[in-house]
Design a protein around this ligand. Structure first.
Ligand SMILES: C[S@@+](CC[C@H](N)C(=O)[O-])C[C@H]1O[C@@H](n2cnc3c(N)ncnc32)[C@H](O)[C@@H]1O
Length: 391
C-alpha cells in the first residue's frame, strides 16, 4: 500500500483495526444507504474498541497525534485552578466536574494547585465517554496524586442530580463532538455525507430533510455569502442539547469551556470556504476524514456565538469570553513562575508560556468562555480582555 498524503503508514495491527471499523461503516452504508457526515464522525471517533477515542490509539502527547494545553504545560492547569478557586469561594464550596479528561493531566494539575490554595472541591468528578481513556486517567491519577487527593476523584456514569453546585471544565471537548457538514451555494444547500464507491468510503451530497438543519443552513447563508463554487460549513448540533443537559443539574456554578474557535463573524470568513474540519495523525494535519477511520482525530473549530446563544437559551449567563492568552495572563500566568529556578528550568517554563500564549501558537485561536448561573461577581479570567461584544 502506498502512503497517502505523505503520511507515515500505520503499523499492521492498527491498520487491521481500522479496516475492521471501515468494513463496519461500509456494511451500515450498504444496509441503510449513505450516512450523514456526523454519523460517520461519531463512528470513526467513538465506536467501542475501534473508534479513535474509544480504541487503543495513543491519542494525546508526543507518542500520539496531537498535544493539548494541559499536555504542554502544568501552568495551564495552575491558572485554571485559580479561576476555579474563585468560583468555589463564591459558592462557599462545591464540586469540580471535568468533561473529557484526556490523559488526566489537567485533573492532576487542578487538584494539586487547588490543594495548595486550600480550595479543594468536595469531589473531582470526571465524565468521560471513552472507557479506554477513563481507564488511562484512573491509572495516571492513582500514580501521580497522593492518596487523599486521589480519593476525591470519581468517574460518573450519569450526569449529577439537579441540586449540583460547582464548576464544570471542558478543554477541547466541544471540538471532539461530531459535526454536520453543509455545502452552501447562493441558491442551494446540501448536507455532506459518506457513501461507498468501488468498495471504499467516499464523500457524497445528501438532501437536507431535517427542519433544524434547514433552519441552520438558511441562517448561515447571509453570513458566509457563498459564491457558485460553494462554501462548506461545519455545524455542531450537539452543543445546544449538551448545554441544556448541564443546565438541568447545575443549580449554581460556572461552566468553563476552552477550545479553538471563533465568534461567528470571524469563523465564517471567505478564507475558510472549505470549512474548518481538520484531521490529526501523528502530529501531521490534513483534511481527509475518510482516511484510516479510528486512527486519526477529526475536529472542527467551535462557533462560540452558537455556544453563547445555546448557553443563554439553556438558562446560563454568558459571563465572559476571551482568548486563552488573556485568560492565562488574567489568572496569574506570569506572576506564578518562581524566579529562583535553575536557568534550564526557567528556559523550559519560558518556552511553555510562549506556546500557551503566542498568537501563532495557542494564544489567540484558543478561546475561553464562562457560562454561569447564580454567580454575579465578575470572573478574574476575563479582567484583562472581555470579547463578549464580538459574539
Ligand atoms: C481532544 S480530547 C481533549 C482531552 C483533554 N480535555 C485535554 O485537554 O487534554 C477530547 C476528549 O473529550 C472526550 N469527549 C468527547 N465528547 C464528550 C462528551 N460528550 N462527554 C464527555 N467527554 C467527551 C473524549 O473522549 C476525549 O477525552
Amino acid at each position: 500500500m502506498k502512503a497517502k498524503l505523505n503520511l507515515p503508514l500505520p503499523d499492521a495491527e492498527s491498520l487491521a483495526r481500522s479496516d475492521t471499523l471501515k468494513a463496519r461503516i461500509l456494511a451500515a452504508i450498504r444496509q441503510n444507504g449513505p450516512m450523514p457526515f456526523s454519523e460517520y464522525m461519531q463512528r470513526a471517533l467513538y465506536t467501542p474498541g475501534l473508534g479513535y477515542y474509544s480504541g487503543p490509539a495513543p491519542k494525546l502527547g508526543a507518542e500520539g497525534d496531537f498535544v493539548t494545553a494541559p499536555e504542554r504545560s502544568p501552568l495551564f492547569g495552575q491558572c485554571l485552578a485559580r479561576q476555579v478557586a474563585e468560583v468555589l469561594d463564591a459558592l462557599s464550596g462545591g464540586h469540580l466536574l471535568e468533561f473529557g479528561a484526556g490523559s488526566g493531566r489537567l485533573a492532576r494539575d487542578l487538584l494539586r494547585t487547588l490543594a495548595e490554595l486550600d480550595a479543594l472541591p468536595e469531589r473531582y468528578q470526571i465524565m468521560e465517554v471513552s472507557g479506554e481513556l477513563a481507564e488511562r486517567q484512573r491509572a495516571f491519577l492513582q500514580a501521580e496524586l497522593p492518596p487523599e487527593l486521589f480519593a476525591r476523584v470519581e468517574w460518573l456514569a450519569h450526569l449529577p442530580a439537579p441540586d449540583w453546585r460547582g464548576v464544570i471544565v471542558a478543554n477541547e471537548v466541544l471540538d471532539a463532538m461530531p459535526v454536520e457538514r453543509l455545502r452552501l451555494t447562493p441558491d442551494s444547500a446540501v448536507r455532506l455525507g459518506v457513501d461507498e464507491q468501488d468498495g471504499e468510503l467516499a464523500e457524497c451530497e445528501l438532501p437536507i430533510t431535517d427542519a433544524t438543519l434547514q433552519r441552520v443552513a438558511d441562517g448561515l447563508r447571509p453570513l458566509v455569502q457563498p459564491d457558485r463554487h460553494g462554501y462548506v460549513a461545519e455545524v455542531n448540533l450537539n452543543i445546544h442539547p449538551w448545554l441544556k443537559s448541564l443546565a438541568d443539574f447545575v443549580e449554581q456554578g460556572a461552566v468553563l469551556l476552552i477550545d479553538y474557535g471563533f465568534a461567528q463573524q470571524e469563523l465564517y470568513q471567505p478564507a475558510r470556504s472549505k470549512g474548518s474540519l481538520r484531521c490529526f495523525y501523528q502530529h501531521r494535519v490534513h483534511d481527509n476524514p475518510l482516511l484510516w477511520p479510528g486512527l486519526q482525530d477529526i475536529t472542527a473549530h467551535v462557533d462560540f456565538t452558537e455556544v453563547a446563544e445555546s448557553g443563554f437559551d439553556a438558562g446560563f449567563r454568558v459571563a465572559g469570553f476571551t482568548t486563552q492568552a488573556h485568560f492565562l495572563m488574567s489568572t496569574g500566568l506570569l506572576e506564578s513562575v518562581p524566579t529562583d529556578l535553575p536557568v534550564v528550568e526557567q528556559l523550559r517554563l519560558a518556552q511553555e508560556i510562549k506556546t500557551l500564549t503566542l498568537p501563532d501558537e495557542m494564544g489567540e485561536v484558543f478561546k475561553v468562555m464562562a457560562l454561569t448561573r447564580g454567580i454575579d461577581r465578575p470572573l478574574m479570567g476575563f479582567q484583562l480582555a472581555d470579547l463578549r461584544h464580538t459574539l
